[in-house]
Structures are given as C-alpha cells and as structure tokens.
Design a binder for this molecule. Structure first.
Ligand code: GDP
Length: 447
C-alpha cells in the first residue's frame, strides 16, 4: 500500500530539499503536486483539502521559508498533517481496548469477502499469544452454510476454542450461547463473527444492530478491504451510522491498494483504524501506528516496525548460534539456508524493504521481480539439492556437481554459480569483519 503515493511525494520533496531558499510560490507549486498525488491515491476530496490547507497555513509562515533547511521543514509539516489525518500521534497506536470485565465481547462486522472471518482468527491468535487471553470464537453467520465451519477451522489453526455449531439457531441465539459459555468457562474474550453481505442492505444492518444491542460489545470492529478504495470509506460511513463502530481493521494492505482510503477513514467515520491485515496467514496482522505509516509514505522508513517484526519472527537461540559460528569463521551454506528461512518468515521481501529508509529507490532500481519471495525459495531449493559435504565445504562444488545440483533443484548452473558467489562474498565480508577485531559487530547486530 502507499507505494505510488510515496513515490510521488518523495519526488516532490526531493526537488524541494534541493533548494537553499524557498519562495511562497515554490511552496504553492509543491502543494499543488501533493494535492494531485493525494487525489490519485484515492484520498477523499474533503480530506485532501483539509491536509493541504493545514500544510499551507503552517508552511508559508515566515519561519519556514527563512529557516536553514526549508525543504526539510515542509516535509515535516506534511508528515504531521498525514499523521493527523491518519488519526493522531502516539495515542493512535491504540490497538484493541481490552479494558473491561471478562468475558469481553468483540463484535466483527463488515461486508462478505472483506476478510472478516480471517481477521477474527488473526485477532484470536494474537490475543491468545501476546496477551495470554483465553479466547472463544463464534460465527453468527447462519446465511452461508460453510461460514461456521470456516471459522471452526480457523480456530483450530489458531489453537483456540470455537463455539460448537448447533443447527437452526438464530444469530442472536448463537451470540447469547457464546456469551453464556464465555461466562461459565471463564473466557477472557469472546469474538463474534457476524454474517456479511455482498453489499450493504437493511436486513444485514438490522441483524448486526440487534446482536449489538443484545450483547453490548466492548469493541465493534469493522473489517474493510483496502483494495476497494473509496468504496471501503463509504462502507465504513454506512456501518458507523447504522450500527456504530469503535474501530476499523483494514485488510489486504499487502496488495497494491492506493492507500488513500486509510487517510480518509478517520475524517469520514471518526473511528480509528486499529489494525491492518497484511496477508492471508494468521499472523499477518499489524498494529496501526499513524506516525509510522506517515514515515513509510514519505520514504523515511519504519525501522521500529522492522525491528519489532524481526524480534518476533527470528529465533533468538538460532540467531545467537549463528552469530557465534560467524565469528569463528564457520559460516556454511547450511547456515545460509537457515538465514534464508528466517528472512522468509518475516513476510514479503518488498514489504520488508518498504520499511527501510530510502529503500523505495533501491526497489525501483532492482525492479519488484528481483525482490520476489520466490528468490528465497529458489536459493533454499538449490542448497537443498546439495549433499551435506557440499554444504559444509562449497569449495568442492565443481562443474559436474553444479550440473547435478541445478537439475535437482529445477534451476540453472548460472543460478547455482550466483548463489555460490553470493555466499563467498558474504563469507569474505564476515572474515573481514572478524579481522576488524572482536568488537562483537555481528553479535551486536543479530542479538
Ligand atoms: P469474510 O467473507 O469477510 O469472512 O472474508 P474471509 O475472511 O473469508 O476472507 C476472504 C479472502 O480474503 C480469503 O481468501 C482470505 O484468505 C483473504 N484475506 C483476508 N485477509 C487478507 C489480507 O489481509 N491479505 C490478503 N492478501 N488476503 C486476505
């Protein structure tokens, strides 16, 4: 998400930064481009107007134009305006509100296909894992016969309990049964996944509103698909008016949505975006931090999220073992393969790159194809086709072995060569770093 917008804005700001002094008309020109970029990213018109007005007011002030780095100042002002549009600074990173007596009911609402059921499973997994909560999942969808089964399967994958299915019950009856079980068996959280429809209709709204009135959920989360752009903002407005929501989960931000909807949500509905769905897997759920998103849009990177993700996914013990082996100069292709696996677990490579400052440019140069996750898999497959001896002593891999490895892994001798060369370079680099003294460079970097 936000890639196109980010590229456009960064282009505008690169030109501004290059200037020593800015005139009012420089700022106006830049703002005109920012306005077009926001509109093209599908940000709602009133929101665009508001952002531009705020930036103009703050940027044409004398202090900015006379400051030492006026371009930098303007970027900062745009950054702050984006953070405001996205729902605020630190208090924006609210996540779910679990400040209520157990069992806490969370009601999931949204259109069919928005990712509501998947998100219910993701939230269950997160609450169970990070917050150590006892979570019960229940599907109130009596319209699609498969829906209740789908949720039960997700619950199984997340290793949480789902409410036993009883045929013939109404959504209200199911909700009450779920809350009953939640009270009796001391659950912390009960997630109620309501039925979706393809489009907003009165029957859907009435059903959701009735469940909401009966259960009085602590959170009513609307799930919207980021790929639907402005439509998702209209959906949010309708749900908020008819049912009332406490927060928004935006899914499919891993796709190439233009991102403008995220910037419009707060202004249009008043409800904050609380979480982002960034993939089909159950752990692909991110907290929404307006300041970090603004950084990403402006190409300033998002190191905090990157480090957090690394800390979550990378196996600490494994990393330490690897660091020790590197320091002793024992880094082998087996270690390389295990590193590839760890990187793969962190999510899509282009997603990771997007969190590095200035990485958008590198990405453009490389082309997205070169950042494809499949590179990791191919390299892992090549190493997988080697014998243990070859992995530990790659020097022995000569022409005939290369041919065998290439055909065993469905790749070419060229690719095998490329991998061996990369590995050699890495090993050289490590040796050089070790020679630089035992300053613990690698250990510091990995631990
Ligand atoms: P529901 O009808 O709203 O309950 O939607 P589902 O949860 O069944 O999701 C519909 C489809 O979207 C499924 O194939 C999910 O795997 C997929 N999906 C859900 N969330 C995401 C996401 O954040 N990213 C991507 N790429 N796919 C998602």
């Amino acid at each position: 998400m936000f890639e196109a917008l980010g590229n456009r804005l960064q282009g505008v700001f690169d030109r501004l930064r290059g200037r020593g002094a800015l005139s009012e008309s420089d700022v106006s020109d830049a703002l005109r481009e920012v306005r077009v970029a926001l509109l093209e990213a599908d940000v709602a018109l009133p929101v665009v107007r508001d952002i531009i007005a705020k930036v103009r007011e703050r940027a044409v002030g004398q202090e900015v134009i006379r400051s030492i780095q006026p371009g930098q100042q303007v970027v900062k002002i745009v950054h702050d305006a984006l953070v405001e549009a996205l729902g605020g600074g630190d208090e924006g990173a609210r996540g779910l509100d679990l400040n209520a007596p157990s069992p806490i009911p969370i009601l999931m609402v949204g259109l069919q296909g928005s990712g509501k059921t998947t998100t219910s499973g993701k939230i269950a997994l997160r609450l169970k894992g990070r917050e150590r909560k006892k979570v019960l999942l229940a599907s109130l969808d009596v319209h699609r016969p498969a829906a209740q089964l789908q949720l039960a399967q997700l619950a199984e994958r997340a290793e949480v309990v789902s409410l036993p299915i009883v045929a013939g019950q109404s959504p209200l009856q199911i909700a009450e049964r779920a809350m009953d079980l939640g009270r009796r068996e001391l659950y912390d959280v009960v997630i109620l996944d309501t039925a979706g429809r393809l489009a907003i209709d009165d029957a859907l709204m009435d059903e959701v509103a009735a469940v909401k009135a009966a259960v009085k959920p602590h959170e009513t989360l609307l799930v919207v698909d980021a790929m639907t752009g402005q439509d998702s903002v209209n959906t949010a407005r309708a749900f908020n008016e008819r049912v009332g929501i406490t927060g928004i989960v935006m899914t499919r931000v891993d796709g190439d949505a233009r991102g403008g909807a995220a910037l419009s949500m707060r202004a249009v509905t008043g409800a904050p975006i609380k979480l982002l769905g960034a993939g089909e897997k159950l752990d692909a759920l991110e907290e929404f931090h307006p300041d970090r998103i603004a950084n990403r849009i402006l190409g300033m990177g998002d190191i905090v999220s990157l480090v957090e993700r690394a800390a979550e996914t990378i196996d600490q013990a494994e990393a330490e073992k690897l660091a020790a082996r590197m320091q002793k100069g024992q880094f082998s292709l087996e270690d390389y393969a295990s590193q590839l696996k760890q990187i793969g677990k962190m999510g899509s490579l282009s997603g990771i790159m997007g969190m590095l400052p200035g990485a958008q440019k590198i990405k453009q140069q490389l082309g997205d194809a070169n950042l494809d996750q499949s590179i990791l898999k191919r390299q892992a497959a090549i190493i997988g086709s080697m014998t243990i001896g070859e992995r530990r002593k790659p020097e022995i891999i000569k022409a005939s072995r290369k041919k065998r490895i290439a055909s065993g892994s469905g790749s070419s001798v060229q690719e095998v060569n490329k991998l061996l060369k990369q590995f050699e370079d890495m090993r050289d680099m490590m040796k050089r770093m070790n020679k630089m003294g035992q300053k613990g460079l690698m250990r510091g970097g990995l631990a």
